[in-house]
Every structure is written in structure tokens, then in C-alpha cells.
Write a protein that binds this ligand. Structure first.
Ligand code: NAD
Length: 249
């Protein structure tokens, strides 16, 4: 049975991705630092291996990967999805906040990939890193979050460059706004309305819509795609400022 590791799998985009992998016949290691939420999410699901692990902690990541490879053998797909958001002005972003965001969003992707890569199925392994439109276009209040996600986009290319000759593909998905707990915590009513204005499809995305792109990139259907970032964002990244006013005309 093919397998996948999904980090941040207790809820949101990670849980939707885990469920889609299951529906496609993979067994899934569901990784999250919130053990209670993870246990609830995994309840009633077959072919899952839930493991509580903080992806920013090297020792925990090493132990988690050992547990997964004991159970699965080699790893077919890794989705580095665990992430945290923090929106605040430059002047209020102190080093502790910066480090907290980088620890999960960037170190977590680096550490988990480093630990998993030696165990990836040679010739057909796939990694998908989850960035954000905030890593593609700069915006106010996202000095730490946006920078961490821009780094994930470049880390994806670095990994793709080195792992290509081993047949391991590495791609990135940059989601637009999706109604998850993460977004609810940082998107005010005003931010929500502004997003609707700035997105050609004029709405938030769903967890399922992001999961579909992730699962596609992990599949053989994307066998010749590596080093790419796909924005699943309703057109936000492709379009410029000022269009909402034009649209009203
Ligand atoms: P969410 O908050 O609903 O879920 C994130 C999960 O990751 C949670 O279960 C949390 O416990 C887990 N997690 C956080 N830090 C962790 C760590 N250090 N170790 C292990 N688990 C950890 O968030 P979501 O909206 O589903 O976001 C998933 C990914 O998508 C994140 O990387 C996020 O930055 C990205 N993203 C989300 C949106 C959006 O609007 N929701 C937009 C762009 C990008």
C-alpha cells in the first residue's frame, strides 16, 4: 500500500489532505503537535498512524520518522504542511515572535525533510511543501509569516535541484485564504472583505481544493513536475491591485 506523511494533520488543510490520500488508497502518518486534536481527528479512520510531534524539534522529528519507517518501510510522499501565522507590524515583531514563526514554518520543513529524505522511495518519492500567497506577494503585517513562506518556496527549489537525480520530486503549494482555524485567528472581517475584492474568483478557497492540488503533485500524474510552486488562490497572485474598482464598473 503506498503511503504518505502529512504534518499539521489534526485539522484544516492537513486533515483534508490526509483524508484525500486515504480515499486514494494510501496509508497516512498523521503528524501534529496537538496530541488531543490529533487523536480526535484520527478517530474512526483506517490505515492511519497518528504521531504527536512538534516539527520544530529535531529530536521529536527524528523519533517520529523512526516510528513511521518502522511501520511503513520507505516513505512515498511527504507533505510539510504544519504552519503557524502571526500578523503584526514590523515594530511589534520582536525576535521571539520571529523565531516562533520561523521555527515551525521554515525549520520544521527543513528538519522533517532532512529526516525523511534518506528513507524516501528511490525513483518516485515526492515532497510537497506548503507555503502561502504571503510568500509570493509581500503585504503588510507579515514580516515573519511572509518571509518564512518565501523561504519555503526557495527551499523547495533547493531540494528539487539536489533530489532530482534520485527521482525525488519536490514542489510547493501556495494557498490563498482558506477558512481554517489559522485564518480565523488572523483574518478580521475587514481583511475577509478585502480578500474577496482582490481575488478574481471572489471567495475563499476550501481545504478540499488545496488538498486536491497537494495530492495531484504527489501523484504520478505530476511525474515530470518538480521545483514548482502552484498558487491555489483563486487568481490572487496572477492579478494586480486596483481591479476591484474596475470590476464594479
Ligand atoms: P490550522 O491552524 O488549521 O492547522 C495547522 C495544524 O498544524 C494544527 O493542527 C497545528 O496544531 C499544527 N501545527 C502547528 N505548528 C506545529 C508544529 N510545530 N509541529 C506540528 N504541528 C504543528 O492551519 P491551516 O490553515 O490548515 O494551515 C496549514 C498550512 O497552510 C500552514 O502551513 C499555513 O501557513 C498554510 N496556509 C494557510 C492558509 C489559510 O488561509 N488557512 C493560507 C495560506 C497558507
Amino acid at each position: 500500500m503506498p503511503n504518505a506523511i502529512v504534518t499539521g494533520a489534526a485539522r484544516g488543510i492537513g486533515l483534508a489532505t490526509a483524508k484525500l490520500f486515504l480515499a486514494e488508497g494510501r496509508q497516512v502518518a498523521m503528524i501534529d503537535r496537538d496530541g488531543d486534536a490529533l487523536a480526535k481527528a484520527a478517530e474512526g479512520l483506517d490505515h492511519v498512524l497518528p504521531i504527536t510531534c512538534d516539527v520544530s524539534d529535531e529530536a521529536q522529528v527524528t523519533a517520529m520518522v523512526a516510528q513511521v519507517t518502522d511501520a511503513f518501510g520507505s516513505v512515498d510522499a511527504l507533505v510539510n504542511n504544519a504552519g503557524v501565522a502571526d500578523f503584526r507590524p514590523l515594530g511589534e515583531t520582536d525576535l521571539q515572535i520571529w523565531r516562533r514563526v520561523m521555527a515551525t514554518n521554515l525549520d520544521g520543513v527543513f528538519l522533517t525533510s532532512q529526516a525523511v529524505i534518506p528513507h524516501m522511495t528511490q525513483g518516485s518519492g515526492a515532497i510537497v511543501n506548503i507555503a502561502s500567497i504571503s510568500g509570493l506577494r509581500a503585504s503588510t503585517l507579515r514580516v515573519a509569516y511572509g518571509t518564512s513562506k518565501a523561504a519555503v518556496i526557495h527551499l523547495t527549489r533547493q531540494q528539487a535541484a539536489e533530489l532530482g537525480e534520485r527521482g525525488i520530486r519536490v514542489n510547493c503549494v501556495a494557498p490563498g485564504p482558506v477558512d481554517t482555524k489559522l485564518a480565523l485567528a488572523v483574518h478580521s472581517k475587514e481583511i475577509r472583505a478585502a480578500y474577496h475584492d482582490a481575488i478574481p474568483l471572489n471567495r475563499y478557497g476550501t481545504e478540499q481544493e488545496i488538498a486536491e492540488v497537494i495530492v495531484f503533485l504527489c501523484s504520478d500524474k505530476a511525474a515530470y513536475v518538480t521545483g514548482q510552486t502552484i498558487a491555489a488562490d483563486g487568481g490572487f497572485d496572477a492579478t494586480g491591485v486596483g481591479l476591484p474598482a474596475l470590476r464594479q464598473n
